[in-house]
Design a protein around this ligand. Structure first.
Ligand code: SF4
Length: 362
């Protein structure tokens, strides 16, 4: 038996104290499902999908605001495809588009530059959602628009950053009394360690996750995205249970200090600000907003309100590990990928989507 087979055998037969591991990257969520990892693990190891899917954490108010902007004939809204199907309070971007609103799906924000240059009579507004990984792309968009003198390129920013929401999730779990010290309690919301987001850490570095480990008393392991990489990271988290340490198992891509040019581009155009999270409300300094010098590029991003998803959706409880997707009464009935009721069923990185498509039961 080689060492990888030994790791798999250890994880499948593990019978020590329960270990609840949260991943906070949508690509991890999708890869865990695609590789069938939950079925390889002992029942004492539970994987929880946290708030790492950008579409899933986007608030209804943001979708409503995009729809309102799209109904002004001076505007053209550009967005990645996933966001189009997220329900707002009354409609979605795809329904608004079917009704004639100016909404276009693009594969890259930079595609929008050319459209804006050729059509100076309209403001082109990009639905700028995502995490630290995507922020450099929006910085590049604004950089190019400034350099080329294209005034009609704007952002509606819903950008978010990881560290503050991780603090929020840990604090929420602890305030519910569901910490590792309380084995006698139900496991609702309990977290024993984190798979740190490999893509985010490639930009920011993992230094911030060393701080989080020290602050929270939990282990963090920076992981790659293949099945074997994820299995190795889960193995380390089980071994590190109860330790306040951060390990980088993705050194070929992630360094402690991160990608200096990308960080510098983001810092030039954006600054930390409060952000609205689906189901979690406003989390201070957990977002990125355009700096004052570039406010002429903002399409009205401020003052978004947090929400609890509405329409009977339990996304908020799913994203904080309080329930499994299958425990939502609408899962697979009134909410499917073909007819999503909530954002977590829309995105291919969403927890509900992956549980439904992968037939996951635990
Ligand atoms: Fe929301 Fe649908 Fe998931 Fe239920 S199954 S939590 S309605 S996205």
């Amino acid at each position: 038996m080689n060492s990888f087979d030994k790791i798999k055998a250890y994880l499948s037969s593990y019978d020590g104290p329960d270990v609840h591991i949260m991943e906070v990257c949508g690509t991890h969520t999708a890869s865990i499902a695609k590789n069938g990892i939950p079925a390889m693990l002992s029942p004492h190891i539970r994987l929880i999908s946290g708030p790492g899917c950008p579409v899933c954490v986007t608030v209804t108010d943001y979708i409503d605001r995009l729809i309102a902007l799209s109904q002004n004939e001076k505007n053209v809204i550009c967005s990645f495809g996933d966001l189009l199907r997220v329900p707002g309070s009354e409609s979605s971007l795809s329904l608004a588009r079917a009704d004639g609103a100016h909404i276009e799906m693009v594969y890259s924000p930079v595609q929008m530059l050319d459209k804006a240059r050729r059509d100076p009579d309209h403001d082109y507004i990009f639905a700028a959602v995502g995490f630290e990984t995507t922020a450099p792309v929006y910085a590049l968009l604004i950089d190019e628009a400034e350099r080329l003198g294209i005034p009609n390129v704007k952002l509606l920013t819903g950008l978010k950053t990881m560290p503050q929401v991780i603090r929020w999730v840990v604090s929420s779990a602890k305030s519910a009394g569901e910490t590792t010290e309380r084995e006698d309690k139900s496991d609702e919301g309990r977290i024993d360690g984190f798979l740190a987001p490999g893509h985010v850490c490639a930009v920011t570095g993992y230094g911030e996750y060393e701080k989080l480990a020290a602050e929270t008393g939990m282990p963090f392991v920076v992981s790659g995205f293949t099945g074997p990489q994820l299995i190795a990271s889960i193995f380390r988290l089980v071994q590190l249970r109860g330790k306040d340490t951060c390990e980088n198992l993705y050194p070929e891509v992630v360094s402690r200090s991160g990608n200096a040019p990308a960080k510098s581009a983001v810092k030039k155009y954006f600054e930390p600000c409060d952000a609205a999270w689906r189901g979690m409300g406003i989390i201070p300094m957990s977002g990125l907003c355009l700096r004052q010098d570039y406010m002429h590029r903002d399409a009205g991003s401020f003052g978004l309100t947090g929400d609890h998803a509405g329409r009977g959706c339990r996304c908020a409880s799913v994203l904080t590990g309080k329930i499994r997707p299958t425990e939502c009464p609408l899962f697979g009935k009134a909410c499917t990928p073909q007819n999503p009721n909530g954002a977590c069923m829309v995105s291919q990185e969403g927890s509900c989507y992956n549980w439904y498509v992968g037939g996951r039961t635990r």
